[in-house]
Design a binder for this molecule. Structure first.
Ligand code: NDP
Length: 247
């Protein structure tokens, strides 16, 4: 048994930070299932390689904007857990940063809607779907954690330091942080820990080539922090090292 528990689900697992999370978790002993979710598993080349190399990597189709993909994804997980097991860690990682249309001067409604749909509403929907399995883990006195991958871009407390060009990204992440805090209050005595993380500035399609961290550097620290989370951490908005980010 690891500090993550045996059963983990990650959204947006086909590239970037999500893929690096699967790669790192696959090396850890004691994890029975890594449910690697993505929109198009048939064409997720890197994930398919991991699936072939590691018995515990399970590929699942899940589009966080498409409720119709949820039932099948849930049933696959439910079946794999053999009706009794719980989900120990849900990493809501899927996210989008739209390059144009998210500013104050030339806002595009569709861009704002898409950002919120993926970065905040999508997390609400996915978490609600898998909550019974997280509750089952908590009821079994196992780890039960929801790690929402946010960004310092959603920090109102440090907004004066942020650029103005991606306001819709920051707004959608601030909404995600609010959701994380509210869920920790709503399910205070459930045994489920809700945390919002900034992974740092990471070299991915989103972070770009000038970013500071490799996906491996970011995710190894992030996973280390997740493994040490305690009940009293629920509701926190933190960086990958576990340090508080101003709301
Ligand atoms: P990438 O752009 O590299 O990857 C984004 C991932 O999200 C892809 O797997 C993508 O899948 C998936 N995704 C997008 N839309 C959906 C959807 N509707 N349903 C399911 N999956 C979807 O980004 P990163 O890996 O860099 O980012 C991961 C998370 O980290 C995001 O939440 C991001 O906001 C956050 N973050 C990243 C930072 C960075 O510097 N990179 C900094 C701060 C936060 P597909 O391939 O199908 O598009």
């Amino acid at each position: 048994m690891t500090n993550f528990g045996e059963n983990i689900l990650i959204t947006g697992a086909n590239r970037g930070i999500g893929l690096a999370l699967v790669q790192q978790l696959a090396k850890i002993n004691g994890i029975k299932h890594i449910f690697a979710c993505c929109r198009d598993p048939d064409n997720a080349k890197e994930l398919i390689k991991l699936y072939k190399a590691h018995f515990n990597v399970v590929l699942i189709k899940l589009d966080v904007q498409d409720d119709q993909t949820f039932d099948h994804a849930y049933n696959q997980v439910f079946k794999a857990l053999q009706k009794h097991g719980g989900l120990n860690l849900l990493i809501n990682n899927a996210g989008v940063l739209e390059k144009d249309g998210g500013s104050f001067d030339t806002p595009e409604r569709k861009v704002f809607q898409k950002s919120f749909d993926i970065n905040s509403t999508g997390v609400v929907m996915v978490t609600a779907k898998f909550l019974p399995l997280l509750q089952r883990a908590a009821a079994n006195k196992e780890r039960a954690i929801v790690a929402n991958i946010s960004s310092t871009g959603g920090s109102i407390g440090t907004a004066h330091k942020l650029p103005f060009n991606n306001v819709c990204y920051g707004m959608s992440k601030a909404a995600l942080n609010y959701y994380t805090r509210m869920m920790s209050e709503y399910l205070k005595d459930s045994g489920i820990i809700f945390v919002a993380f900034c992974p740092g500035w990471v070299k991915t399609d989103m972070g770009g080539p000038n970013a500071i961290l490799s996906p491996e550097e970011s995710t190894s620290t992030l996973l280390n922090t997740i493994s040490g989370l305690k009940t009293e951490d629920s509701g926190r908005y933190i960086n990958r090292n576990g340090e508080t980010i101003p709301d």
